[in-house]
Ligand binder design. Structure first.
Ligand SMILES: C[S@@+](CC[C@H](N)C(=O)[O-])C[C@H]1O[C@@H](n2cnc3c(N)ncnc32)[C@H](O)[C@@H]1O
Length: 325
């Protein structure tokens, strides 16, 4: 069945590769699953449409608006519950509602369209808004608070590490010189002025990317601790899976995909054991097996939803007998 996605809803987020998610993740239609990045529930609705009447789906999101959208879905479908929190805490959040093992977890990493499109959330340089960027509105540190107080070298390091920004040093110097910075457009203008114009060109063509694209991405990743959330969340979700359970992760840029690829590789290879010592067969088994190759969205989906262009979807299954918890 084609997953249902109502594109006419206000604050809509088109779920990426929803058909592939249902096909690869939903191996047991009767099971308990977690959508660890509920957003506006596009993937949750797709999963629910393939699940049996006795199955259970738990949504997690740290965003207050996403949580409110999840409450509505829970009222409409009693197989669904939403919990607010970070997915690095997935085991604790699941235990709070009596769940200690699940058949599958989905993580769709990054920001949602409603977060990006709402200027008051401060994620985008395309509209003027307060420089906020917090996914969890109750978190203390906003982008403005951090940028207005951090050392120049720390800012440069974040732009390099999370944005691969070539002009990180120059941009950081200008940020420190021109602060306090209050809005997204102020920051975008400071960054645009710090980047030398000819370097915005690639192979003689004017770059189509705004010069602030990489810096905004880096600052957002830092403010929301997205890298450590991904690393901790991946391991926590893995330990929550029952034998045969599947973990699927969608990422949108290569730095995040690298984290997922490397960890999935480790989990699907036999552990490194001392050569001359006797080992039990079970200890020499890998904990998991990769489910197919990394998947990308098809051309049709990309033409309907340009966000899908950079999506990478990887799935791993926990092997029976593995004690990877
Ligand atoms: C790309 S969107 C997911 C969209 C969703 N799959 C859908 O179809 O509507 C990512 C969502 O995950 C949430 N999120 C990101 N990192 C999180 C974390 N560490 N813990 C909990 N939620 C997180 C964001 O607030 C956002 O709503």
């Amino acid at each position: 069945m084609a997953p249902s996605t109502d594109q006419s809803m206000p604050g809509h987020h088109a779920p990426v590769m929803a058909t592939e998610v249902v096909e690869k993740l939903l191996h047991l239609p009767d099971g308990t699953y977690i959508d660890a990045t509920f957003g506006r529930g596009g993937h949750s609705r797709a999963l629910l449409s393939g699940m049996s009447a006795t199955a259970r789906l738990i949504g997690i999101d740290r965003d207050q608006d996403a949580h409110a959208a999840g409450v509505l879905l829970g009222q409409a479908d009693d197989r669904f519950d939403i919990v607010r929190g970070r997915f690095s805490e997935i085991k604790v959040l699941a235990a709070q509602i009596g769940i200690t093992a699940v058949e599958g977890v989905l993580m769709d990493i990054g920001v949602s369209s409603p977060q990006l499109d709402d200027p008051s959330r401060g994620f985008s340089f395309r509209a003027d808004g307060p420089l906020d960027m917090r996914m969890d509105q109750s978190q203390a540190l906003s982008a403005a608070e951090w940028l207005n107080s951090a050392e120049r070298d720390e800012i440069a390091q974040v732009l390099r590490e999370h944005g691969e920004e070539r002009f990180a040093g120059r941009i950081a110097t200008q940020i420190v010189r021109q602060r306090p910075i209050a809005t997204t457009t102020e920051l975008a203008e400071i960054i645009a002025a710090a980047v030398p114009p000819p370097k915005r060109r690639t192979k003689g063509q004017l770059s189509t990317k705004h010069p602030a694209t990489k810096s905004f991405q880096a600052i957002r990743i830092f403010v929301n601790q997205e890298r450590s959330e991904l690393e901790l969340g991946l391991d926590a979700a893995w330990s929550l899976l029952s034998a045969g359970g599947r973990l699927g992760i969608i990422t949108f840029h290569s730095l995040e995909d690298r984290v997922v690829k490397q960890r999935f590789k480790q989990l699907s290879e036999p552990p490194q054991l001392p050569r001359r010592l006797p080992v039990r067969a079970i200890d020499a088994q890998p904990e998991g097996r990769l489910v197919g190759k990394a998947m990308r969205a098809g051309a049709k989906e990309v033409s309907n939803n340009p966000r899908a262009r950079s999506a990478m979807f990887r799935v791993i299954e926990k092997l029976a007998g593995s004690d990877g918890g």
